[in-house]
Design a protein around this ligand. Structure first.
Ligand code: FES
Length: 182
């Protein structure tokens, strides 16, 4: 079973919402929720609306649980999605890296760009573009918040289906060096 299958299975087991992966976010700004301040601690929260909105958006989490330091990782239908609170507002992209399926929701974010935690490929959270390897974009989704909930809409861009390619974190070199020493 590949990483993507394991991720999907884990998320399905938890009813679609895996939870909030702690991301080490280096943010440029601060202040209000719009500019990326951590959200206040959740108290007693209402249940998520079960019905989709009239325009098709689905409530996938509580606004207070989505801070600038934390990506919300959810599964909606067949899609694993990571939702980020950035200095530009909410952004939603595929949670599956187009290199080797790393969980982008666990990556570091800076200036609306996430770095995959596995090998550091970088993705623009607004466009899905892979900045380190053009042509390997991830899917993007419409997202908004209202009434205390985070709402996920439809896909706004398809992601690349390709996988594999260069590692950008030096691990291949390191592994070769270790092999040579043994
Ligand atoms: S899996 Fe994302 S960079 Fe390798």
């Amino acid at each position: 079973m590949g990483f993507r299958d394991r991720l999907q299975a884990k998320m399905s087991k938890h009813g679609g919402v895996v939870g909030l992966a702690k991301a080490a976010v280096r943010k440029a700004g601060g202040g209000s929720p719009e500019t990326g301040s951590p959200a206040p601690a959740a108290q007693s929260l209402p249940a998520l609306p079960k019905q989709a909105a009239s325009d098709g958006f689905v409530a996938v989490g509580h606004s207070v649980k989505l801070s600038s330091a934390t990506a919300m990782q959810v599964v909606q239908g067949e899609e694993a999605v990571a939702i980020f609170r950035t200095e530009k507002g909410l952004r939603a992209i595929s949670n599956v890296c187009t290199h080797e399926d790393g969980p982008l929701g666990e990556g570091e974010v800076k200036d609306c760009v996430v770095a995959c935690p596995y090998h550091d490929w970088r993705f623009d959270l607004s466009t899905g573009e892979c900045l380190s390897h053009p042509g390997r974009e991830v899917a993007t989704f419409a997202v908004r918040e209202s009434d205390g909930f985070v709402w996920l809409g439809s896909k706004t861009r398809e992601g690349s289906g390709e996988r594999g390619g260069a590692h950008d974190d030096g691990m291949e070199v390191l592994v070769k060096d270790l092999d040579a020493e043994s």
